[in-house]
Design a protein around this ligand. Structure first.
Ligand SMILES: Cc1cc2nc3c(=O)[nH]c(=O)nc-3n(C[C@H](O)[C@H](O)[C@H](O)COP(=O)(O)OP(=O)(O)OC[C@H]3O[C@@H](n4cnc5c(N)ncnc54)[C@H](O)[C@@H]3O)c2cc1C
Length: 416
């Protein structure tokens, strides 16, 4: 009898976790991704701010799954799913499935202002990170060459829009770059004159954290000379800067960290979705009427025990991937189904800069050096690949001791 075919779309946190847990299962597993590597998104901001190099936070999918003899990897962008014929369309291929796991993540949302993307790039891919790194480093170069104070001030103004974890991390890291790593590198300008503005429409930074930690993060940002503008809704982004209501803030570098939208899975499936475009799934993470289709991670809208949607976080995606693998293994073996999916929240972390981070474990809240050390350990531990773990740790220790950041390269189109 033919072995069941399981297709996993996306080798991010959710898809890889499912693939790992299905290694050795009595099924042929195909993992499809449009990239040939898995990306550790939580450290992407360090690539964007010249702290780490891209290869340190990414690993080839083939090499991660090389020991899983029942799994094979297909490089390709999925564009459609035919649920009647049970095939996934990826580039020129049609890949048939008996069970399908969709884990295609999310992308930026500009709240109906897609034209802002070219001036205010968001951070989701390696290309975004190297593009932002180029813009930040070029701004200092152009400021060094500027002929008048107004232009110099504009080049040295960096605006980060959105004060969620990514916005906070970006703002803190740009401030450290300006005040620490670059401080001796220029002759005409003083990089410490850089103005870093973090703009947030809501009343506090890190809105998903407890208020006391939001407040601690705000104080840490201000200590790093980041200007935090709360209750400030951006109404315009262009080459000259941003508008907050009627106020013009001139800035050469804008970075978007304000919103995300799920991948196109809901369109492929013609499925019910929430406002962020996430596919609504049942307690076992399947699509209604399709027990053979699972949707997980940032592209799924799954509810917790209180009926609230689960957040778009790496641990949610990983736990969902592992759960789906358990369900599939039970089905393949004809065993009883596991109980509905339940997310176990072991805590959330965000870093602001050198010896400044916040950690919420529910039963205890930490900030400052202890939270920062914990943040570093957890992120090194979760990175895929022993080589990357060692190199990132050494790089961090080196930067901490020398106050240098090693990846200050301006690369790519328009780099000079
Ligand atoms: C900058 C940044 C920082 C973050 N920091 C944290 C953090 O500190 N802590 C935390 O818990 N979470 C963090 N997150 C969120 C976390 O990364 C996501 O919740 C997690 O990646 C979701 O996992 P996923 O498997 O759903 O999607 P992803 O990990 O995004 O993976 C999706 C995969 O699908 C592939 N794909 C997409 N579309 C297609 C297609 N059409 N065809 C083929 N392949 C496709 C992609 O190439 C990718 O490999 C951060 C996110 C970002 C962007």
């Amino acid at each position: 009898m033919a072995r069941p075919r399981i297709v996993i779309i996306g080798a991010g946190f959710g898809g890889l976790s499912a693939a790992h847990a299905l290694s050795g299962a009595a099924a042929d597993v195909t993992v499809i991704d449009r990239r040939n590597y898995h990306l550790f998104q939580p450290l992407l901001y360090q690539v964007a701010t010249a702290g780490l190099s891209p290869a340190q936070i990414a690993s080839p999918i083939r090499s991660i799954l090389r020991r899983a003899a029942n799994e094979h990897v297909l490089l390709g962008r999925v564009t459609a799913i035919d649920t009647d014929r049970r095939v996934v369309k990826a580039e020129d291929h049609e890949v048939p499935y008996d069970y399908l796991v969709i884990a295609t993540g999310a992308r930026h949302s500009y709240f109906g202002h897609d034209e802002w993307e070219s001036v205010a790039p968001g951070l989701k891919k390696i290309d975004d990170a190297t593009h932002i790194r180029r813009r930040i480093l070029m701004a200092f170069e152009l400021a060094e060459q500027a002929e008048d104070d107004e232009a110099r001030r504009r080049y040295l103004t960096f605006v980060v829009i959105g004060a969620g974890p990514t916005g906070v991390e970006m703002a803190g890291a740009i401030a450290e770059l300006a005040h620490v790593a670059l401080r001796h590198d220029f002759r005409t300008i003083n990089p410490r004159d850089a103005r870093i503005v973090l703009v947030e429409a809501g009343p506090r930074v890190l809105p998903t954290f407890p208020e006391s930690l939001s407040e601690s993060a705000r104080r840490s940002l201000e200590r790093l000379h980041v200007e935090v503008r709360l209750g400030a809704r951006v109404t315009q982004c262009d080459e000259e800067g941003i508008m907050i209501g009627d106020e013009r803030l001139a800035a050469a570098t804008l970075i978007w960290g304000a919103g995300v939208m799920a991948s196109s899975a809901a369109q492929w499936l013609d499925a019910d979705k929430d406002r962020a475009g996430r596919v609504k799934v049942g307690p076992d993470l399947t699509l209604s009427g399709h027990p053979e289709i699972f949707v997980i991670g940032d592209t799924a809208c799954a509810l917790d025990g209180q009926g609230q949607p689960l957040p778009g976080l790496a641990p949610v995606a990983k736990q969902q991937g592992a759960y789906v693998a358990r369900v599939l293994r039970a089905r393949l073996a004809g065993r009883a189904m596991p109980p509905p999916f339940r997310y176990r929240n072991y805590g959330t972390l965000a870093t602001i800069g050198r010896r400044a981070a916040v950690a919420d474990f529910g039963w205890v809240r930490l900030d400052g050096t202890l939270a920062w050390l914990f943040w570093g350990l957890v992120h090194v531990f979760l990175l895929i690949g022993f080589r990357n773990q060692v190199i990132v740790m050494l790089d961090w220790v080196w930067s901490y001791v020398t106050f240098q950041s090693g990846a200050r390269l301006i690369t790519g189109p328009g780099s000079h």
